[in-house]
Write a protein that binds this ligand. Structure first.
Ligand code: NAD
Length: 257
């Protein structure tokens, strides 16, 4: 197992779903973890603390650059700084372009894309000074292909992959790496809402879940947060140190079609 003892990881959007799974994997591997996200953090902190490393939580709304700066200052003050930055916070909204609410577009771009720029620019100076760091952006298959109704999400995730390439190049001669992970369907609250929306049209919920997978994901099985956590650990390992600027699919075959 990768030993991340002595390292501190900041995982945005880690009070739920994929971010929580990644936070657990990082703590299991020995990292101290700064959690972030909405909702009651006390149970989530307890879940991540069970592996004996230090765990904190900062409630920054990552749509606000000032709150991102406060979160990173908290990590520096309380944990000595961020060695592993996992940009995971994200939201979704489904509507045709001509009906897409302008404020939802702005929020998705702020949370899913601009926050990655802000946390990266604020964490990089220390990583460069330490000459070690990992920046891992949770993009999506929607960073590489489109789907109807997801204009803002697809635009933001394509942007994340572009930003990942640039940061990967700008750090290429250092021990800092920057990569994106592109999951297919993962059964989290973000996706459950899309299944519920289908079921609301009168389809049986099990059938709605099957249809969602069958349309895009050839394995007909969800990717899981622990599988994503293991991929994050690989990218943090010495074996992963020459993976740079990559967009790594973990998608049950979605992008092979
Ligand atoms: P989720 O809804 O389960 O969790 C989202 C997390 O982000 C929560 O902790 C929430 O509190 C936090 N969050 C939301 N807005 C925030 C804000 N403004 N500031 C701070 N935190 C905020 O979603 P998930 O499915 O776990 O998604 C996590 C990431 O994975 C997202 O970037 C999403 O785009 C990406 N992703 C998800 C899937 C999937 O199938 N679930 C597939 C590909 C990519």
């Amino acid at each position: 197992m990768t030993t991340l003892s002595g390292k501190t990881a900041l995982v945005t959007g880690s009070t739920s779903g994929i971010g929580l799974g990644i936070a657990v994997s990082l703590a299991k591997a020995g990292a101290n973890v700064v959690l972030n996200g909405f909702g009651d953090a006390s149970k989530v902190i307890a879940d991540v603390q069970q592996f004996g490393t230090r765990v904190g939580h900062h409630p920054a709304d990552v749509s606000d650059p000032l709150q991102i700066a406060e979160m990173i200052a908290y990590a520096e003050r309380e944990f000595g700084g961020v060695d592993i930055l996992v940009n995971n916070a994200g939201i979704q909204h489904v509507a045709a372009v001509e009906d897409f609410p302008v404020e939802r577009w702005d929020s998705i771009i702020a949370i899913n894309l601009s926050s990655v720029f802000h946390s990266t620019r604020l964490c990089l100076p220390r990583m460069r000074a330490e000459n070690w760091g990992r920046i891992i952006n949770i993009a999506s298959v929607h960073g590489q292909v489109g789907s109807v109704g997801k204009a803002a999400y697809v635009a933001a995730k394509h942007g994340v992959i572009g930003l990942t390439k640039v940061v990967g190049l700008e750090t290429a001669t250092t021990q800092v790496t920057c990569n994106a992970i592109c999951p297919g369907w993962v059964l989290t609250p973000l996706v459950q809402k899309q299944i519920d929306d289908r079921a609301a049209t009168g389809i049986d919920p099990q059938q709605a879940q099957h249809d969602l997978l069958a349309e895009k994901q050839p394995s007909l099985a969800f990717v899981t947060p622990p599988q994503l956590g293991e991929l994050v650990l690989f990218l943090c390992s010495e074996a992963g140190s020459q993976v740079r600027g990559a967009a790594w699919n973990i998608d049950g075959g979605w992008l092979a079609q």
